[in-house]
Design a protein around this ligand. Structure first.
Ligand code: ADP
Length: 532
């Protein structure tokens, strides 16, 4: 066989040529703006030419500080294919983390949406390596807060399509993304051309999201968070239209975008889907054949709510920045009685073809797949990171496997069930209580919209669960009643005896429950705790 390199350049050529008419639709204040793959391909050439003139060479990092939009996709294509490395910057990072990741990655150029200039400008004086800022959109003056800037469209207008892309090695870095760093500094993960290529085929396959030219993908997951779960490259490769919602990510505009553009597929974290379910239950989502949901445990109430309210199946998936990100997906195993389907759909998922998963005990021993043994999930495969960028720590790796920091069990058929993140586990009397199970069950109660359960110190048991609940609109959840509701649904010794009602669950920059903050608030005596 030919030793043909697996590069994004090859996917790029394929999409622009074979699916020249497929569309990229960006939502703007003035409604949708459409461009074909052929047009986007030409503009990516112009961007590559402009970046080369600015001195961007092979291996240089180019940052993007952008919403999901057509220009961001142009950078996704141009930067890796010219041999440089696309560094997608999370616009929700705290300023000190943002400055840290730009300096750590040594970004040479940053492409920034005009509307996001003020956020980036906050750290401008701390950035040590950035030579040029390229501002997308705005009125010419929009970049002023960053000092001397270049205008994206002016740069492109000076170039012709038809850039001469170099032959890059499939093992060269194509893109990078930093984890959100809930503890310590963010850690960089570099994706190679090869890993991206294989991940794209993996997620497009029928055993994952089954993408084809007949699809239209709505990219709700930010392109700065684990590559929008791989949808831009996978969609481009098969010629699926890409709908880009920019900053319009609340229930109301999302429902409007879905009704107007009629996407067939989308993906989002539970918080976003919950928002649509609770605030736009009347929306017409019937164009969606499936929605993939992950990033944190997907509550049963959400899956059932989407089934009943919209007739749209939600499929749970699991992954992390380090795993490109898709690692497992919860398709119902064949032969399942339809009456039992939900018992699989609420679980975390089965490994994607191509990745291998195991669980290990605290002593490092590999544990059986019996649905009982609980340990840390470890993973290996061609799109799983083998190290962190410029970071010598290797405690995250175990004999060539990545330690995910997630704790759970595996069924004999390979289904994973995550019970907690290792740093959030609640250990009561030496035994683990699953906060994920408690939260899911609480969130199925009509008085509760969100619930986070954290471990707090306890004299007798070392740790006990504290349930923090957010009331549904107009409701007043009663701890005694909630406890009675949990009784019989989870083990008796899991039932929390400490309860508090909070306005909202604190979230990290990528929208996950930030339990560290809740534990701290409890320690500082800031929470009004009721004992049951
Ligand atoms: P971070 O930067 O916070 O690590 P990631 O997006 O990489 O951001 O987060 C990955 C983590 O998200 C996983 O390790 C896991 O804890 C959590 N996660 C993702 N999907 C699921 C899921 N379906 N169920 C439970 N937890 C999930």
């Amino acid at each position: 066989m030919q030793d043909f390199p697996l590069t994004i350049t090859s996917l790029f050529r394929h999409g622009r040529r074979i699916h020249a008419d497929s569309e990229v639709i960006t939502w703007t204040d003035d409604g949708p703006k459409m461009a074909t793959f052929a047009e986007v391909g030409d503009r990516a050439d112009q961007l590559a030419a402009a970046l080369s003139k600015l001195g961007v060479a092979e291996g240089d990092r180019v940052g993007t500080f952008c919403w999901n939009n057509q220009r961001h996709l142009e950078a996704y294509l141009a930067v890796p294919c010219m041999g440089a490395v696309l560094h997608t910057l999370n616009i929700r990072l705290f300023p000190e983390q943002l400055a840290y990741v730009i300096n750590h990655a040594e970004d040479k150029v940053v492409i920034v949406d005009a509307s996001l200039v003020p956020l980036l400008a906050k750290v401008r004086h701390e950035l040590e390596t950035v030579e040029h800022y390229i501002v997308v959109g705005g009125d010419g003056d929009s970049g002023a807060a960053l000092g001397d800037t270049l205008d994206y469209e002016t740069l492109l207008a000076a170039e012709e399509p038809g850039f001469d892309y170099p032959e890059v090695s499939e093992r060269a870095a194509a893109a990078m993304c930093y984890t959100s760093g809930t503890t310590g500094n963010p850690k960089g993960v570099a994706y190679s051309h090869r890993s991206t290529y294989l991940h794209s085929f993996g997620i497009a396959s029928a055993q994952a999201m089954a993408f084809s030219q007949h699809d239209r993908l709505l990219l709700i997951v930010p392109m700065f968070h684990a590559n929008a779960w791989g949808m831009p490259y996978a969609g481009w490769s098969v010629g699926a239209d890409l709908v880009m919602p920019q900053q319009f990510l609340q229930a109301q505009p999302l429902a409007e975008i879905i009704e107007a553009t009629r996407p067939t597929y989308s993906g989002a974290v539970p918080t976003v889907l919950n928002d649509i379910l609770h605030n736009r239950p009347d929306a017409d989502l019937s164009s969606l054949r499936q929605v993939v949901c992950g990033g944190s445990a997907v509550p049963r109430s959400l899956i059932e709510g989407f089934d009943e309210t919209f007739g749209v199946p939600v499929v749970q998936a699991w992954g992390m920045t380090e795993t490109s990100p898709l690692a497992a997906i919860a398709h119902v195993p064949r032969g399942t009685d339809p009456a039992d389907a939900m018992s699989w759909r609420v679980r975390t998922g089965r490994p994607m073809p191509g990745v291998e998963i195991r669980i290990c005990g605290e002593d490092g021993a590999v544990l059986p797949w019996d649905g009982q043994a609980q340990g840390e999930i470890e993973i290996r495969g061609p799109w799983i990171t083998g190290s962190y960028y410029r970071d010598p720590t290797d405690e995250k790796f175990h004999d060539g496997w990545l330690r995910t920091g997630d704790v759970g069990t595996m069924e004999p058929n390979g289904f994973i069930q995550i019970s907690d993140r290792a740093k959030d586990v609640i250990k009561s009397g030496g035994e683990w209580i699953s906060s994920v199970d408690l939260e899911n069950t609480l969130m199925s109660h009509p008085d509760v919209v969100e619930a986070a359960v954290v471990g707090v110190p306890d004299e007798r048991w070392d740790e006990r669960p504290l349930a923090c609940v957010v009331a549904a609109q107009g409701r007043h959840p009663d701890p005694a009643e909630l406890k009675a509701y949990l009784d019989g649904k989870v083990a008796k010794w899991w039932l929390p005896e400490r309860w508090t009602t909070i306005e909202e669950v604190p979230k990290t920059s990528v929208g996950k429950f930030d339990k560290k903050v809740l534990r701290q608030r409890y320690a500082d005596g800031e929470l009004d705790v009721v004992e049951t």
